[in-house]
Design a protein around this ligand. Structure first.
Ligand SMILES: [Zn+2]
Length: 109
């Protein structure tokens, strides 16, 4: 006889069984559940985060380091400050996108 347990929800991309949290990402078949690893590597999400990273990172670099860059006074600390200035908006945009796509699977507990 067939078991009466409900079918497990699986990631649409890698078929990994999903836990209580999944990430619903748009596709040609509608919004489908994905695991975190597939959601993080979702190309439209990465593209949007990269655009935000370039725009916001450039603006923040101009605000914080612009006077040094214009005067040509390059300091060693800029070697980590500038990449970090770009990394922060990338992380914020990616995290925001993931939180917006997050979906809790309802259980009948
Ligand atoms: Zn997956």
């Amino acid at each position: 006889m067939a078991a009466s347990s409900p079918a497990a929800v699986r990631c649409e991309k890698c078929a990994r069984e999903l836990g209580a949290i999944s990430y619903e990402l748009p596709s040609e078949r509608g919004r489908l559940p994905h695991c975190l690893m597939c959601a993080v590597r979702f190309p439209p999400l990465l593209k949007r985060s990269l655009v935000i990273c370039l725009l916001v990172g450039t603006l923040l670099t101009a605000i914080n380091q612009g006077n040094f860059l214009v005067s040509g006074d390059f300091q060693l600390a800029m070697a980590w400050k500038i990449p970090l200035t770009y990394a922060v908006p990338f992380g914020v945009a990616t995290t925001g996108g993931l939180l917006n796509a997050r979906s809790a699977i309802e259980t009948d507990a």
